[in-house]
Every structure is written in C-alpha cells, then in structure tokens.
Design a protein around this ligand. Structure first.
Ligand SMILES: Nc1ncnc2c1ncn2[C@@H]1O[C@H](COP(=O)(O)OP(=O)(O)OP(=O)(O)O)[C@@H](O)[C@H]1O
Length: 226
C-alpha cells in the first residue's frame, strides 16, 4: 500500500462538468507555424488520456493551451467547465507539470513545494511529500543543484500535493531510472484514484497507458484516437 501524501484538496467549488476537456475546432498558430488545425476533443472527467505524437507534433503546445499558457487562435475550448480564455479559473483547476519540471531553481526542494501550496491556498505535508518521492535530502538543497531525475521527482511531488482536478503531465518518464518510473506510475495512479483526470504526453505508451488508458495521437495538427 502506498503512503499517500495526503493533501488532495476537496474541490467542492468545481462546477459539475461531465467533461474535463471539451475542444471544438480549435486552431493555434505560433509565429508562422500553425500547430493545431481544428482539434475537436471530449475527455470525460476521470478518463485518463495518453497523448502520443512525434517530436514537434504539438503535444507540449496542446498541454500549454489546456493550462491557459497559450490562447487559441480560433475555436472554443473548456476545461473542467471553464472557458480556456478564463486564465484565472483555468489555473485554479488545472496543473501542468512541464517537461523540465517548471521549478524555481534558487529555491530548495521544500521551498518549491511550500510555495506551490501557498500560491493555491492549500495545505499539505511537504516533509511527507519529499519522503514519498525519495527526496528527503533535497529538502534543503536548491533545485539548481539537483539532477534532472531528482527534479522530475520533485515536480511529481508537487503535482501530487496540488492534486488539481485536471493534471497535465509532459513526459513524466523522461530522465528517470527504473525505480523512478515505477514511483511515477504509483503517484499518477494515486492521482487517478483520487478522481484527478490525467492527460499525459509521453513517448512511452506502454507505461503511460497503464494509468491513462485512452490513447490519442497528435499528427498534422489534428488529434485522433490511437
Ligand atoms: N514559442 C514558440 N514559437 C513558435 N513555434 C513554437 C513555439 N513553441 C513551440 N513551437 C513549435 O511548435 C511545434 C510543436 O512543438 P511542441 O513542443 O508542442 O512539440 P511536442 O510534440 O511536444 O514535441 P516533443 O515530443 O519533441 O516534446 C514545433 O514545430 C515547435 O517548433
């Protein structure tokens, strides 16, 4: 039995939405490049999705759009019932774990987690979270001195502490050893068991699909069932 981090917040204020993601003919242009070309997609709440696609297909871009880091050029989108253009509401309900972890390099491991909790007005057991990912010794070390795999573990601990209803994870298995991959699967499983909807961009479908069984492929700017 896994030791839970025990911080999953009740999201009683989340409006009932049977869909975690609803996109309608969504287009996105970045500079001269059109990355998304009319994406239409429904992801029911609680249904885990593995997002596949070649390098440069647009997976990270789509995750950034779903977390309101980018605005659609055309089309409509809602996440957890909120319009994608409503950045504040989206940020309150969606967590993106970027491929590099998106951590603050000059803060320690513990400070990164404490700061994330504070930003979201949440409480959580940071010491326990660090222990859960085997990073007790990183509590007082600045992130800039951690290895890529350690940063990944720390970012996972943060995603787990925050447990946003829609959690987007970009390449969670990259830079991890076997133990790290097993731990990642455990933590992601915990999230889904707690009702979190996961979208995982990954190049390892055999791993990602163990926790997010529906597979989608992004190619030519469009999303299709894989
Ligand atoms: N800020 C930007 N401005 C212009 N083009 C961008 C920007 N960010 C990404 N792109 C382009 O968008 C396309 C999709 O990139 P993205 O990072 O989303 O792909 P990906 O599927 O996540 O790739 P990978 O598997 O390599 O991580 C690429 O052609 C990339 O060059």
């Amino acid at each position: 039995m896994d030791e839970g981090i025990g911080a999953a917040a009740p999201f009683a204020h989340v409006p009932p939405s049977i869909h975690a993601v609803q996109l309608r003919d969504l287009w996105l242009r970045l500079g001269r490049e059109v990355i998304l070309r009319g994406v239409t997609l429904d992801v029911p709440t609680g249904e885990g999705v593995t997002l596949l696609g070649e390098n440069g297909a647009g997976k990270t871009t789509l995750l950034r759009l779903l977390s309101s880091g980018l605005r659609p050029t055309r089309g409509e989108g809602r996440v957890m019932g909120f319009d994608l253009r409503d950045g504040r509401a989206v940020r309150d309900h969606v967590h993106l774990m970027p491929v590099d972890g998106g951590l603050y390099p000059d803060l320690t491991g513990a400070e990164n987690l404490e700061f994330a909790l504070k930003m979201h007005g949440q409480r959580g057991d940071v010491v326990r979270a660090l222990r859960r990912v085997g990073l007790e010794r990183a509590a007082t070390r600045r992130v800039r001195f951690l290895s890529a795999g350690m940063r990944k573990r720390l970012a996972l601990a943060r995603a787990h502490l925050l447990a946003r209803p829609l959690t987007l994870v970009d390449e969670p298995f990259a830079n991890l050893d076997d133990a790290g991959r097993a731990l990642t699967l455990d933590l992601l499983e915990d999230l889904t068991a707690g009702g979190v909807t996961l979208v995982i961009a990954a190049h390892e479908p055999h791993l990602a699909r163990r926790v997010a069984s529906r597979a989608l492929r992004l190619a030519g700017g469009q999303v299709k069932e894989a």
